[in-house]
Design a protein around this ligand. Sequence first.
Ligand SMILES: [Zn+2]
Ligand SMILES: [Zn+2]
Length: 328
Amino acid sequence: MRAMALTQAGRGRLDAVNIDVPEPQADEMRVKVLACGVCRTDLHVVDGELSDPAVPIVPGHEIVGRVDAVGRDVTAHEPGDRVGIPWLGWSCGRCEFCRADRENLCRQARYTGYQINGGYAEYAVAHASFCFPIPEGYDDVHAAPLLCAGLIGYRAYRMAGPGARIGIYGFGAAAHIIAQVALHQDREVYAFVSPGDDRAIAFARELGAAWAGYSTTAPPHSLDAAIIFAPVGALVPEALSRISPGGIVVCAGIHMSDIPSFPYRLLWEERTVRSVANLTRRDAREFLALAKEVPIRTYVRPYSLDDANNALSDLRGGRLSGAAVLVP
Ligand SMILES: [Zn+2]
Ligand SMILES: [Zn+2]
């Protein structure tokens, strides 16, 4: 089968390869990939910013696929089902974290497109119990961004607490999904974009943001919480300076540049800074049900599989509104 693979750690680009169609083990299933979203984490993998990727590796963890073969122990899915395969590819089920419904923190967890070959390919294999039915009403391409931008974005959103005014730094794939959830729940969204990115401002306003401006400017009100999707550590003190006492700043990315030192008064008055790591299957079930209820509309730009490097460079260069999706 055709696939786009990282063949050397930190190489910064993918190579077109021809590899064997993978065979599912007893608890796994194989899907024919219908669409696979391009996530910023894929960029971190390709650019060597995360430690320990398996190499060679096929990236891609927002996979919409049609089940094509199942292992002998798989009962929850059958050939023909349309399923989503997310970032969390497997967790041990036995450790203190797994037993406490915090499988996102499992030390032995394995991740799709990082330690397990992902969806930048014609076929992918996944552990069946970590896959989900795709909600009705979404075609393959529009469903793909729900599987990471949506799921992990939703986990970050939940961690931001119930405040009415929520700031979002970095208005890309995750932000455009989470903004729709926040508006559906009658909250106000304040969108912060890279200075000069007027297209992102227009996109945020089109989606219903109460305010949109450069990340260096003050919003008209102080905020109850802020979620940082951009991988920029300098935004942490910036966001802290915009939230009210008791407010929360959530760092939602898997990688961020160093956070500069900042005066303690920015954290004073019970402000919180926290990170969000990965996702649990509960997040996935909750979010996919919510996506259908809102209903969330995703904005996508399709690319062919062979064009994966262009999709990655458009994401790297901030040239996307919404999400890039590969269609094999
Ligand atoms: Zn575990
Ligand atoms: Zn992702």
